[in-house]
Structures are given as structure tokens and as C-alpha cells.
Design a protein around this ligand. Structure first.
Ligand SMILES: Nc1ncnc2c1ncn2[C@@H]1O[C@H](COP(=O)(O)OP(=O)(O)OP(=O)(O)O)[C@@H](O)[C@H]1O
Length: 256
């Protein structure tokens, strides 16, 4: 799906960054873990072709990402940002329909099939009742679910998600990650920046650790979610336990 060749992100003031030689395959869900400022968002923007790397290249479906036209690239990959920018007033349905723009020619209007796809995505995100509301009236969690509905409407092969559970209550966190998991089990790929180790352990097949000093390592989930590596990553003592076969992690703070 995507391959990086000696990729070094452009992070100002960080001369030493590990080069990433990384492969994201169909059916894999990658979690990017790292402390604030370690470069998770920058990496996602770089993978999406929206930020030029310092060096190296990214291949999307075997072709350099720089060679894709914007519309072709948007048919293959979609990105959900941490914050949504709503510069123009629009309804929830009209916003979900933006996910069909990569498939339309200039001035072509959306077909009934496009509208049905957008309505299905809104239903999956439990937003049907809000379809005719202005996006400017949505709560933070509703706006985040709409961003995910746009991605579902877009239906790309590679989903890039910057903290997809941002603003979401516990039910919607699970619903969104289960939906992403379903998409991946149908042959898509996901790369998500996450802060919650337990969600990463539950929903990711692979993990990339980004250390603040510029080191990076990546691999299959069980080999990466090891206490010493995670404690070094977050500069935080952790405890771990297994409940019903699931690995759980907690930050440790001594009782005083
Ligand atoms: N335009 C810029 N100029 C200078 N520094 C920048 C610029 N953009 C980002 N940075 C810095 O690059 C670093 C990486 O930022 P990035 O947003 O990728 O981190 P992150 O791992 O996603 O953080 P968080 O967990 O807080 O969301 C940060 O230290 C940030 O301040």
C-alpha cells in the first residue's frame, strides 16, 4: 500500500532523525506512538504528501507520491486531522459529500449514488439525525465523527488518522476504532497517531514508536509494546496487566 525509502521528516531544529524504511501493507493497522512534539502529526502529513520530507521518498501503490495528481492521490488515501477547519458554513450532509469530490469532474454535481454513500457514512457515525444541521452548531465529538464520515464517504485504500478518538466519549471511541478495524479487515490499511496505549494494544496490528530524540522503531505489536521501550518513550513509569487476554497499561504514580 505504502512504502517509505530512507524517509526523514522535516522537523525544524531536529538535526538527528532516524530514516524510516517502512512498509504499510493491506490488512495492517499501524499505531504511531510518541510523546507530544515527537512528530506524529508531521509524519502523517508527510505520508499524505502534504508536507515535503527533509529527504527520502514515499511510494504509494508503488509510485512516488509526488507524481500523483491531487485527485488521484485522494482516491487512494484519506486523512483525518486533529482539528477540523470550518471556514465555510455547510450542512452535515454537504460536508460528508465532500468525500466524493475526488471522484467528480470539475462542476460535476453529486449523483444519487454519491448521496447514498454519504448518508450511509453518516448512519455509521450515528449522525443521520444531524444531516441538515450546520456544521458550526456541532459539538466537538459530533464534528470529529463527521470528519470520519467524510473519510468513509471518500473510501480510500489507506486511512491516515491523527488521534481519531479526539473529543469522543467511550462508546464512540470503541465504535470508531471497531469501524476502522472492519475497514482494515476488508483489505484497507490504517495508520493512526494515538495517545492511548490500551487502544493501540487492542486495535493495532503494528506499532511505530517515535522518540523525542529522533529515534524510531517499528514492527509487529507484541514486539513493540514492551514496558522498557514504552517507559523510555514517555519518560513515565508504567504498570501492565492482562484482563481477558487483553494487555492493559497504566501510568504509575505512587500513593502519597
Ligand atoms: N512550522 C513549524 N515551525 C517550527 N516548529 C514546528 C513547526 N511545525 C511543527 N513544529 C514542531 O515540530 C514538532 C513536531 O510536531 P508534531 O505536531 O508533529 O508533534 P506530535 O507528535 O503530533 O505532537 P502532539 O502529540 O502534541 O500532537 C513539535 O515540536 C512542533 O512544535
Amino acid at each position: 500500500m505504502m512504502q517509505t525509502e530512507d524517509l526523514i521528516m522535516h522537523l525544524p531544529g531536529r538535526p538527528k532523525l532516524d530514516a524510516l524504511n517502512w512498509q504499510i501493507q493491506a490488512g495492517q493497522s499501524w499505531g504511531i506512538l510518541g510523546p507530544n512534539g515527537s512528530g506524529k502529526t508531521t509524519l502523517l502529513l508527510t505520508l499524505a504528501g502534504l508536507k515535503a520530507p527533509r529527504s527520502g521518498q514515499i511510494l504509494l501503490a508503488g509510485q512516488p507520491i509526488t507524481g500523483y495528481k491531487t485527485q488521484q492521490r485522494a482516491q487512494k488515501l484519506g486523512l483525518v486531522f486533529q482539528q477540523q477547519q470550518d471556514d465555510f458554513p455547510a450542512t452535515v450532509l454537504a460536508t460528508a459529500l465532500m468525500g466524493r469530490h475526488p471522484y467528480l469532474r470539475s462542476w460535476q454535481t453529486e449523483s444519487q449514488a454519491d448521496i447514498s454513500l454519504a448518508q450511509q457514512a453518516l448512519a455509521q457515525m450515528e449522525l443521520t439525525a444531524l444531516a441538515n444541521r450546520s456544521i458550526q452548531t456541532l459539538s466537538g465529538g459530533e464534528r470529529q465523527r463527521l470528519a470520519l464520515a467524510v473519510l468513509l464517504t471518500q473510501n480510500p485504500d489507506l486511512l491516515l488518522l491523527d488521534e481519531p478518538t479526539n473529543h469522543l466519549d467511550l462508546h464512540h471511541q470503541m465504535a470508531v476504532l471497531e469501524l476502522i478495524h472492519q475497514q482494515v479487515s476488508k483489505g484497507k490499511s490504517a495508520v493512526m497517531a494515538l495517545h492511548d496505549l490500551n487502544l493501540a494494544a487492542r486495535f493495532c496490528s503494528h506499532i511505530l514508536l517515535l522518540y523525542p530524540d529522533g529515534q524510531a522503531c517499528w514492527g509487529e505489536k507484541n514486539s513493540m509494546l514492551q514496558l522498557p521501550a514504552l517507559e523510555k518513550l514517555y519518560h513515565q513509569r508504567l504498570i501492565t496487566t492482562q484482563v481477558e487476554g487483553q494487555q492493559l497499561f497504566f501510568p504509575y504514580s505512587p500513593l502519597v
